[in-house]
Design a protein around this ligand. Structure first.
Ligand code: G1P
Length: 293
């Protein structure tokens, strides 16, 4: 049985061009969803799944990502002086969620290249990759399931979700064979195929449990879609020579890197908070009535 997975790698070096102008001078991962930046949900999910070591791959102008998980003595002293104990506890707990490290990707050469930046940190262990655009509202159930499958089988496990065929060209798309329950075997995977060439309507979504073999595969792949080093192409190589699993899930994912899904995530997360839901629920119901939606 492979050793317990401890590290979550969070690629966060991208420019956030789908959410301009909000992301012109601010990392997209710091955009708030309800009361916390998107990246915090991802680190909380990692911690909830037992991953206590986090490596964020950042780039120029993205200091805020590391700062958010660091202690902030001036702020803490001020909150203490003002007797704001709840806020103080929250900011201290945030710095204690996990050991958070950062590494910088010097050039935007793709997701695969960003993941390769984690090689020295990860060493010879399996690790998880969590894409911060994909916000999961599932108490880490998906990630836990994938880690369980990895512990049992020792091979990479990637998250898959059914999407409308017309949307498949925004995702990596696998050809699969059923194994058992949510577990499938990936025999081939294509990055962002045209819908008519797609081997399935399953999309790679932003959770991966990988073995260190992926670093050798990443070193072998040539630039692919968009001229970038694609993680999907490295997974394809691994699937040619060994086993790569998929884990099919249905619920709980928002692409918070796009304005509409970001808004959906805000509404649904707020409806799960009793103190907000009490007013938001009737407000939404009334809005639907008034606007004839
Ligand atoms: C990346 C991956 C793609 C995956 C997607 C999930 O694409 O390259 O295979 O399906 O994340 O969100 P991106 O959204 O960065 O273009």
């Amino acid at each position: 049985m492979p050793a317990r997975v401890r590290t979550a790698v969070i690629p966060a070096a991208g420019l956030g061009t789908r959410f301009l102008p909000a992301t012109k001078a601010q990392p997209k991962e710091m955009l708030a969803v309800l009361d916390r930046p998107a990246i915090q949900y991802v680190v909380e999910e990692a911690a909830a799944a037992g991953l206590d070591d986090v490596l964020i791959v950042t780039s120029r102008g993205k200091h805020a990502l590391g700062d958010h998980f660091d202690r902030m003595p001036e702020l803490e002293a001020e909150l203490e002086r003002k007797g704001k104990t709840d806020a103080l506890e929250q900011v201290v707990a945030l710095a204690e969620l996990a050991r958070v490290h950062t590494v910088r990707q010097a050039e935007p050469r793709g997701l695969g290249h960003a993941v390769a930046m984690a090689a020295d940190h990860v060493g010879d262990a399996s690790f998880a990759v969590l894409l911060p655009d994909d916000l999961m509202v599932d108490d880490a159930a998906l990630l836990r399931g994938m880690l369980g499958a990895h512990a049992e089988h020792g091979a990479p496990v990637v998250a898959l979700k059914e999407v409308p065929r017309a949307d498949i060209s925004a995702y990596g798309c696998p050809r699969i064979e059923p194994v058992e329950g949510p577990l499938v075997r990936i025999t081939e995977v294509i990055e962002k195929p045209d819908p008519e060439d797609a081997p399935s309507s399953l999309a790679l979504t932003g959770r991966y449990v990988l073995t260190p073999a992926v670093f050798e595969a990443l070193a072998r792949v040539s630039p692919g879609k968009g001229g970038e080093i694609q993680l999907t192409d490295a997974l394809g190589l691994l699937a040619e020579t060994g086993t790569v699993y998929g884990w099919v899930f249905r619920e709980g994912r928002y692409d918070v890197g796009t304005p509409l899904d970001n808004l959906r995530a805000n509404i649904e997360l707020a409806l799960e908070r009793p103190e907000l839901a009490a007013e938001l629920g009737p407000y939404l119901a009334d809005l639907v009535r008034r606007r004839n939606l």
